[in-house]
Design a protein around this ligand. Structure first.
Ligand code: MD6
Ligand code: FE
Length: 226
């Protein structure tokens, strides 16, 4: 018996959005680009490296200074990892859960982040931190600014894997109106310069099943933190 639709959930996600093409570049700010599908040719190298990092530093849910447990689970690699607990947000050289240094940043992570940064004219990006965010359906990231990094002159390179998500890209005040940008498996957002302190967030992840990553979205954000 033929079914008219084998996977209605993933196919219907963002059905009302314009579809995107790998290789497409969208400018979302003066110094911010979305590079559609940019990570796709790297994934056979990148995914095994990601798995090894997560073996050494598994995802965990952290608590904000306000006492809320984040719906997004986090890990990190590189010289510095971003953490939060009751005493605040900060970068640390050690994983607070294991007491060991964060896993090294795999060469393929660094090379891909630098290649993406160059597309947006950030020629000498030297990331020392890769924050790894895991979203399951319902998980979200409320509007925030990334301002714990010492060097705000360096851009941020943010890679999406797995289920699609709706990214909010706002202004310089939390209350400014934000653009909504759907991000798909393999897309990379590069932002920096005058846009570096824009508020941004992620709407609650919709249910679905990604053929390669299952029922989750993983976001890698590369920064120069130290
Ligand atoms: C996310 N991203 O996409 C969350 N921050 O899951 C971020 O918070 C973010 O994508 C700074 C720059 C790019 C980002
Ligand atoms: Fe952020």
């Amino acid at each position: 018996m033929m079914r008219n639709n084998d996977n209605p959930i993933t196919l219907d996600l963002f059905a009302d959005e314009t579809t995107t093409t790998p290789g497409q570049v969208e400018r979302i700010g003066e110094q911010s680009l979305v590079l559609r599908g940019f990570a796709l040719p790297w994934l056979d190298r990148l995914l095994p490296a990601l798995e090894a990092v997560l073996q050494a530093a598994p995802f965990r849910q952290m608590v904000t200074p306000g006492g809320f447990t984040m719906s997004v689970a986090l890990s990190s690699c590189g010289a510095l990892g971003w953490t939060t607990d009751r005493s605040g947000y900060r970068y640390t050289a050690h994983d607070p859960q294991t007491g060991r240094p964060w896993p090294d940043m795999p060469a393929v992570f660094r090379e891909l982040a630098q290649a993406a940064a160059r597309q947006a004219q950030f020629e000498h990006f030297e990331p020392d931190s890769c924050l790894i965010n895991r979203y399951v359906p319902g998980a979200r990231m409320s509007l925030h600014q990334d301002k714990n990094e010492r060097q705000l002159t360096a851009p941020i390179v943010s890679m999406s894997l797995g289920l699609p998500a709706m990214f909010q890209f706002g202004g310089f005040e939390r209350s400014d109106k934000s653009q909504r940008i759907p991000l798909f498996h393999g897309d990379i957002v590069v932002w920096g310069g005058v846009d570096r302190l824009r508020y941004h967030g992620v709407l609650p992840l919709k249910a679905g099943e990604h053929p390669r990553l299952g029922a989750q979205r993983i976001n890698l954000t590369f920064r120069t933190a130290g």
